[in-house]
Design a binder for this molecule. Structure first.
Ligand SMILES: C[S@@+](CC[C@H](N)C(=O)[O-])C[C@H]1O[C@@H](n2cnc3c(N)ncnc32)[C@H](O)[C@@H]1O
Length: 330
C-alpha cells in the first residue's frame, strides 16, 4: 500500500513532468511528420503523373530525342530560343522538334479536353464571321489558324519561329503564313476584322505585352476586335508550371500568368474602347481518365468560382470606336 502511495507521489513530482515532455515530443513529431507528408503530397499533386519514376513528359521527350537522333524528325533550329512556346515542359526552346512535341500534347486526352474548353471560350468571344479577314498572331503550328479557316475566314498566321511556321505550312497550306513579331506587325492599319492571339502574351515581358496589344489593335479595323487567350494565374496548372520553373525550366521560369483584370487594364491602356473577359478550364492538369472524362461537368462546377482554379482566361478588346459585341463580363 505504502509502495503504491510512494509510486503515485513519484509521478506527481518528476513523473508528470516526464509524461508531459514525452507527450509533447510525440505530439510535435507527429505534427512534423504530418506537415512533411502534406508538403510531399502537394509536390506530388502539382507534379506530372509518374510511371516507373519518370513522368510521361520525360518519356515523350526521350522518345522525341531518340527519333531526332535517328533522323525520323527534324527541327530547323533545335538549339534556338526563337520559339518560347510551351504548354508542357516537353516543348522547351532547346527541344529537337518543338512543333511536333507541341502538337503531340494536343493528342493526349488531357490536351484534347483542355483545347476543346479553351477553343470554346475563344470562339465565344471572337464570334468569327464567314468572309472576315483574321490574323492569328503567335500562330505556332496553326491550331487556331486551322480553326479560323474552317469558320470560313481569310486567315493570316504570324510567328517568329521557323520550326513552328513549317509545321503550320503543312497543316494549313491555304493560310498566308508570315514570319514576324507581334510587337512589330508587318501589316497595315485596319487590315483585319479580327486578330486572335492564344498563349502569346504569356511569353512576352511587360513592355512587349503593351506594345503587342497596341499593334494588334492597330491592325484591326475600327469596330474590329482582338481576342487573346492566356494562362490564368490561380490554378493548379499555373502552380505546376511554376514548380517546373523553380526546377529549372527556363520557359516556365519566364512565363507570365494573367488575370482578367490585368488583361482588361492592358487593352484599355493600349487604346481599346471596351474589354471583356472570361475564365475557364477548371479541369486539373492530370491526364487521368476519371477527371478527363468528366471535363465538361468539372467545367460547369468550376464556372461560379471565376478566377479561382481557372487555368485559362480569354479577353476581347474592341478596336477604335467599334460597338461592343455580344460578350460576357467576368
Ligand atoms: C504557346 S505557343 C501558342 C501557339 C498557338 N497560338 C496555339 O495556341 O496553339 C506560343 C507561340 O507564340 C510565338 N511567339 C513567341 N514570341 C512571339 C512574338 N514576339 N511575336 C509573335 N509570336 C511569338 C511562339 O513562337 C509560339 O509559336
Amino acid at each position: 500500500m505504502t509502495g503504491v502511495v510512494v509510486h503515485a507521489g513519484g509521478w506527481g513530482d518528476g513523473g508528470w513532468g516526464w509524461a508531459m515532455w514525452l507527450a509533447m515530443t510525440i505530439g510535435m513529431t507527429a505534427m512534423l511528420v504530418t506537415l512533411l507528408a502534406i508538403v510531399w503530397l502537394i509536390v506530388r499533386a502539382v507534379g506530372p503523373p509518374r510511371e516507373g519514376g519518370r513522368s510521361r513528359e520525360d518519356r515523350a521527350l526521350e522518345e522525341l530525342r531518340v527519333r531526332y537522333a535517328r533522323g525520323e524528325i527534324s527541327g530547323e533550329s533545335p538549339t534556338s530560343d526563337a520559339g518560347r512556346c510551351s504548354r508542357t515542359s516537353v516543348v522547351a526552346p532547346a527541344e529537337p522538334d518543338r512543333a511536333q512535341a507541341y502538337d503531340a500534347w494536343y493528342e493526349t486526352a488531357l490536351g484534347a479536353a483542355a483545347h476543346r474548353i479553351e477553343l470554346r471560350l475563344v470562339a465565344a468571344l471572337a464570334a468569327p464571321g464567314r468572309g472576315e479577314r483574321a490574323l492569328d498572331a503567335g500562330c505556332g503550328t496553326g491550331i487556331y489558324t486551322a480553326w479560323l479557316l474552317e469558320q470560313g475566314l481569310e486567315v493570316t498566321g504570324l510567328d517568329p519561329d521557323p520550326a513552328m511556321l513549317s509545321a503550320a505550312r503543312v497543316k494549313v497550306p491555304e493560310a498566308r503564313l508570315v514570319e514576324g513579331d507581334a510587337t512589330m506587325l508587318p501589316f497595315a492599319e485596319g487590315e483585319f476584322d479580327l486578330a486572335v492571339a492564344v498563349t502569346l502574351f504569356c511569353f512576352l515581358d511587360g513592355e512587349e505585352r503593351l506594345v503587342a496589344a497596341r499593334e494588334l489593335l492597330r491592325v484591326v479595323r475600327p469596330g474590329g476586335r482582338v481576342v487573346v487567350g492566356e494562362l490564368a494565374r490561380r490554378s493548379l496548372w499555373a502552380a505546376q508550371r511554376r514548380v517546373r520553373g523553380w526546377r529549372g525550366s527556363r520557359t516556365w521560369r519566364q512565363a507570365h500568368f494573367a488575370t482578367a483584370g490585368e488583361l482588361r487594364q492592358l487593352f484599355h491602356n493600349a487604346g481599346a474602347t471596351a474589354v471583356s473577359a472570361r475564365y475557364g478550364l477548371y479541369l486539373p492538369p492530370w491526364d487521368v481518365t476519371s477527371f478527363v472524362s468528366r471535363a465538361e461537368a468539372i467545367e460547369r462546377l468550376g464556372r461560379p468560382l471565376g478566377a479561382l482554379g481557372a487555368a485559362f482566361v480569354a479577353a476581347r478588346a474592341e478596336a477604335g470606336g467599334g460597338a461592343a459585341g455580344a460578350t460576357a463580363r467576368v
